[in-house]
Design a protein around this ligand. Structure first.
Ligand code: PEP
Ligand code: MN
Length: 292
């Protein structure tokens, strides 16, 4: 786990000359096929949506059913979760193995592909049965032992950039994953620390520039998470549209049937009505950006 906040060193010509990026480079086209319905990197825009945490069976069924009706194929929800502070309120506890069971149910009932975060190696075996894409969160980006072992499982991975990391550090971790022989890698920009985030509640700054910058360095799919970047639902639509215009292969957007009741980060999920509108707009925008 890394705690640094200052951006770390950028990629230099020496890094390239020293062949630090043997696999994570522009030499080969990189498609990440998850299953028969979903591939990242083929020009599709894959939307990953759902609540922050899998809080209850009811919540996850309600959300999966809504998303499925809308045509969203990938559901997110965490059953294990790093919290910034150690004080878990009485209303919040990880749903853990129980949550995995609920995810398994909705996976088959609504034919959803599931994304969930792995926080510790002890959960890996349990998650492998149910989870289609394992997320390595910002706080664990440089937890190399976790990263390497998850890579060895050969499961598709979403690797989130730490909020204080340079692209050099992010791609260094990517190189570790590829070195283990796992090429099912999706890179995620989710906001960086900056002195000004415009509003007390907006925790991070979505680094839109990272999207073309990563494109210049690697052919692996790139997605963006405007929900965690802004921490503020009213800004999520604009940041989602900006990410699409910048050419992402997918988006992570938090949605919850009753955002103010969300047990963690209640300011950031979109309610179902707003999500529906944003999803429609994203699809129109994607059609337009095909001409770019
Ligand atoms: C999340 O996706 O719920 C999450 C905690 O993300 P991040 O690691 O970007 O904060
Ligand atoms: Mn979260």
């Amino acid at each position: 786990m890394i705690q640094n906040k200052k951006p770390t060193k950028d990629i230099s010509k020496d890094d390239i000359d020293n062949k630090l990026f043997k696999v994570c480079n522009k030499k080969t086209k990189r498609l990440v096929k998850i299953n028969n319905k979903i591939t990242f990197g083929n020009g599709d825009l894959n939307i990953i949506a759902g609540p922050n945490g899998v809080e209850s069976k009811k919540l996850i069924h309600k959300t999966a059913s809504f998303l499925n009706r809308l045509g969203v194929k990938i559901l997110r929800g965490h059953v294990f979760k790093p919290l910034t502070f150690p004080y878990r309120s009485s209303q919040y506890s990880e749903s853990g193995v129980k949550g995995l069971e609920w995810l398994k149910e909705v996976r088959s009932e609504y034919d959803m592909t599931i994304v969930s975060e792995i926080t510790e190696l002890q959960y890996l075996d349990k998650m492998l049965n149910t989870i289609d894409i394992l997320q390595i969160g910002t706080r664990n980006m440089q937890n190399f032992e976790l990263v390497r072992e998850v890579a060895r499982s050969k499961k598709p991975i979403i690797l989130k950039r730490h909020f204080g990391s340079s692209l050099r550090d992010l791609l260094g971790v990517a190189e570790h994953i590829l070195y283990e022989g796992n090429y099912k890698l999706i890179l995620c920009e989710r906001g960086i620390s900056a002195p000004h985030t415009h509003r007390e509640t907006s925790r991070y700054l979505l680094d839109i520039q990272a999207i073309p910058a990563l494109r210049e360095l690697t052919n692996f799919p790139i997605i963006s998470d405007p929900s965690h970047a802004s921490f503020w639902a009213p800004w999520v639509p604009s940041l989602a549209y900006a990410s699409v215009a910048a050419g992402v292969d997918g988006l992570i957007i938090e949605t919850h049937p009753n955002p103010s009741k969300s047990k963690v980060d209640p300011l950031q999920p979109l309610n179902f009505n707003t999500f529906k509108k944003v999803f429609k707009n994203i699809k129109s925008l994607k059609r337009l950006t095909k001409k770019f």
